[in-house]
Design a protein around this ligand. Sequence first.
Ligand code: AMP
Ligand code: GLY
Length: 428
Amino acid sequence: MGIEGQRPRVLVVGQGAREHAIVWKLAQSARQPQLYAAPGNPGIAELADVLSLNASDHGAIVRFCAEKGVDLVVIGPEQPLAEGLADALAEAGIPVFGPTRSAAQLEASKAFSKRVMEEAGVPTARHRTFADLDEARAYVRAQGAPIVVKADGLAAGKGVVVAQTVAEAEAALEDMLVGGRFGASGRRVVIEEFMEGVELSLMYFVDAHTAVPMLPARDFKRLLDGDRGPNTGGMGAFSPVPRVTGDVIDQVTQSIVQPTLARLRDMGVVYRGVLYAGLMLTAEGPKVVEFNCRFGDPETEVVLPLFAGDLLEVMWAVAHDRLDPAMVTWHAHAAVCVVMASSGYPASSEAGTPIELPGALPDGVTVFHAGTRRGESDRLETAGGRVLTVTAVAPDIPAAVDRAYSAVASIHFSGAQYRRDIAHNWQS
Ligand code: AMP
Ligand code: GLY
């Protein structure tokens, strides 16, 4: 392996709690990597050199990697992947963990991912794509409610309306197609059949030949307790999911992930990185809600703390098409995370509010930073919607819930919002 005998240099692109968890896990690698992050955040800065590089400035990132002799770049968020940062790095001969622009279409364009699924025979919700309001309206009226309306492009997890009535669906269509909500991402909409069931997030490490599942997780997308309120980027998660057995995972691998990757290969698209399958466990078996082309947030903050392998080893192997399932092993514990968001999230966010963190955290608790920054006199303050992800690892889910919430109770910032019921349904 190419990274033996040196301290590898690894650059992580991104600035959320997901990237903090990735950097935190990479820092535990036996290879003791020299870590960089662009742009990172104050939590990441405790583990890596943070660079004021913009993820959209591919030229600057490639130049930095060439100058520093960076051995591996890990791209966290979907936006730089959809913009082709992995392609730019690969062209410059820099190993990269994360799919190319064409592979990232699986997330960046719902119309593309639906077409791939259809051609691969992968179970998903029946759907139609529209750019015209009148045609979309007529379709909704013919289908009836409940029905799901989605912006076609990237919308940070917020471009989905699960409409309980036809009127609600029509309002969403107007918002997206005429009102300009979600900008260019909403100029086309996908209208989907409502699927009934329990949701599941299952992420895979994927290289040209192999796909290896991680532990299953469930996330909580709605803002408020009892799954009420608007969809957010995610307010908490837990892993593993007791009712999701190895059989269910094998079924997803065989009926969903393998056929999707095979179809992409037939199209000349090789997938490398994380493939995230957002699933609905329906009475007819698992169906795809969405694919993401990267680690989930906040799922990563519960799945990586349970990972027992060497993340650098795995990411390096993926970048070089040498992924081996034996590299992917897990601790027999459970993890729960609670996201603390700033006042106004998800419609708006508040910056500049001071954050008080306790001097010591309970055993098994890690606080991952998302929207934080250093203000005057180095004071830690809020800088975005999702501010912190508080993760607890414990022998079982109820113990992890207790630990996570006792840590949350010791963290303060004005206007903090968080759900009180994360993992309440862990047995279902
Ligand atoms: P997405 O961003 O596509 O994952 O959608 C956000 C959330 O909306 C999902 O996690 C589901 O809870 C819900 N959702 C999306 N599509 C459907 C569907 N076809 N049927 C039922 N619920 C859905
Ligand atoms: N937690 C859902 C996502 O990362 O898209």
